[in-house]
Ligand binder design. Structure first.
Ligand code: SF4
Length: 197
């Protein structure tokens, strides 16, 4: 019979309590105590496997949420911990990953593209279409102005030094490869990644 991690925790907690009482000579009390043990608090939560977004170690996390099934309550993440079955981290997390719940719940968390108009003091939410068009337009304008095809000696260099490109450590190898190809195909040399910050 396959035993899930949650079932294992529940059975272990009840078994430990019962055996401890039994060892003290209250054999009959063991069953009653085991029946009264509070259910594992994550028993009813939805468990989702994911990857810590902070650095390129890419530790595995288990994300527990409540409230989505019946549509009566808004889904909300209540707990995040290391994934013991993950081949990279085996359940461990550094302090940043262990505090990922604060990142999810932070009022300062950036969830949408934001734009600050020239001269304005505040950022405003914009659509992805607007943001991507704006970025593409600014990149093209800058590249048209500053692209260097040849250096002073007439050697072809095809470089663009006035714009940088920033990748992420939370993407796959394949996505990283595409980011690299995109940036280098435009002549960008300043290609960085959050994993080194
Ligand atoms: S920030 Fe920490 S927990 Fe997250 S992937 Fe890196 S080492 Fe792992």
């Amino acid at each position: 019979m396959a035993v899930t991690r949650r079932q294992f925790m529940k059975v272990s907690a009840a078994g430990l309590a019962a055996s401890s009482v039994g060892a003290l000579g209250f054999a009959g009390a063991g069953d009653a105590l085991a029946a009264g043990v509070r259910p594992f608090k994550l028993e009813r939560a939805t468990e989702t496997r994911n990857t810590c977004p902070y650095c390129s170690v890419s530790c595995g996390v288990l994300i527990y949420s409540m409230g989505d099934k019946s549509k009566n309550a808004k889904s909300s993440i209540i707990h995040i911990e290391g994934d013991p079955d993950h081949p990279v981290s085996r359940g461990t997390l550094c302090p940043r990953g262990a505090a990922a719940l604060d990142f999810v719940k932070s009022p300062l968390r950036l969830k949408y593209p934001m734009h600050r108009k020239p001269g304005s003091e505040k950022f405003e939410r914009v659509t992805w279409d607007f943001a991507l068009d704006r970025i593409a337009t600014l990149m093209k304008d800058d590249r048209d102005k500053n692209f260097i095809a040849k250096n002073r000696d007439g050697v072809t260099v095809n470089r663009w030094l006035t714009t940088g490109f920033f990748g992420t450590s939370a993407q796959s190898n394949e996505a990283g490869y595409l980011v690299y190809k995109l940036a280098r195909s435009t002549g960008i040399l300043a290609l960085e990644n959050q994993a080194r910050i």
